[in-house]
Design a binder for this molecule. Structure first.
Ligand code: 1HN
Length: 349
């Protein structure tokens, strides 16, 4: 709409009457909404936000007194973006939640077309099982549940275990492409010993008779933090990238592509005292501080973060990170989707 034009009350009334009439036939004029439909640059309704782990932990523990993992199916507190309340979203395309499993509990097996990642934050003794293989969850481990794989969780230890779930729920919902199924039995059978997938797919080798296509999810479903951390430390010589520090993307080792087609995953080391130059990109990104702490300046507003805190940087918001101590951050976004569609952009300021 041309806001500079002045119109008589008569013209405006005639238009309004016309809009009402066509509205009754499920039509609406483009010229009233064109600017909002194709803005000059991304204007996300999502807002920057940080969740303090100390606060969330207390609240998820309280949930542990109110409902069992079995009754809840998954006992999770969703981290809802304050700009998108009621939509189970942390960005327009992504979901995040903190899941609690208490000693002796089982979260029963199911599968869905949504892909999931787990980032273990707190406690020891839990496992997750993916397609018949269990993996012990250790702090900082990054574990994947590819689309349509059976998965369940259990806690065989003596302490509560908490991890972050990252899923492509809002994206799949947007596409109306979601299916889900519950397993009849509570627990899937164990078909292979622990460590099988890591040995088979995580050692620069592949089985002779398996071909993976670009975009296929990884069969390596655990990226142990011990390895990620050692790799980040080993590359931390010389100058860090001015905008990213020492940052690596996780890959499906069979294809070089993202471990999951819908979510890109990253690990980053920032030496103590290091500040990144301002950076923005079109993929709204969820960050988790695994070690250290510092500050995220997002569009000029400062959000402090400590170990295990989660913060979200919406699309096209300018980010500067400052590390107070040697820090390791994990992050995830919808970057592979945007890249596949030719939409992804970044700007190094
Ligand atoms: C799910 O399957 C899990 O398996 C966690 O632990 C969170 C959120 C929405 C839909 C499915 C899990 C989920 C979820």
């Amino acid at each position: 709409m041309n806001h500079l034009a002045t119109h008589s009350a008569e013209t405006l009334a005639a238009r309004k009457a016309y809009y009402d009439r066509i509205g009754a036939d499920s039509m609406t004029p483009l010229w009233e909404v064109l600017g909002a439909l194709v803005p000059p640059e991304p204007r996300s309704p999502a807002v920057p936000h940080r969740w303090s782990y100390a606060d969330v932990r207390a609240q998820v523990m309280e949930a542990g007194t109110l409902i069992s993992a079995a009754e809840a199916e998954r006992r999770v507190l969703i981290l809802e973006n304050p700009g998108l309340r009621g939509q189970s979203c942390i960005t327009q395309s992504l979901y995040a939640g903190l899941q609690l499993i208490l000693p002796g509990e089982v979260a029963p097996a199911h599968r869905h077309t949504q892909s999931a990642l787990r980032l273990v934050l707190d406690g020891e003794g839990a496992y997750t099982a993916v397609n018949g293989e269990r993996v012990t969850m250790r702090r900082g481990d990054f574990i994947i549940t590819p689309a349509w794989t059976w998965h369940e969780h259990g806690n065989l230890g003596s302490e509560p275990v908490v991890w972050l779930d990252g899923l492509d729920i809002p994206l799949v919902r947007f596409l109306d492409a979601g299916f889900a199924e519950k397993a009849g039995e509570r627990s899937q059978g164990v078909e292979r010993p622990e460590g099988d997938a890591l040995a088979r797919y995580g050692n620069n080798m592949q089985p002779m008779d398996e071909e993976q296509r670009a975009g296929d999810p990884t069969r390596l479903f655990i990226y142990p933090f011990a390895q990620t951390r050692a790799a980040l430390l080993a590359i931390s010589h010389g100058m860090p990238d001015a905008h990213l520090g020492f940052k690596q993307r996780f890959v499906n080792p069979a294809t070089g592509g993202s471990p999951m087609p819908t979510m890109g995953t990253f690990a980053q080391r920032l030496p103590a005292g290091f500040s990144t130059r301002p950076y923005r990109c079109t993929d709204g990104t969820v960050h988790v501080c695994l070690e250290g702490g510092g500050e995220a300046e997002i569009n000029g507003q400062t959000h402090g973060f400590e170990e295990r805190d989660v913060f979200v940087v919406p699309s096209w918001h300018t980010l500067r990170l400052r590390a107070r101590a040697d820090s390791i951050l994990f992050s995830y976004s919808d970057r592979p989707v945007q890249k596949a569609l030719g939409l992804w952009r970044e700007e190094r300021l």
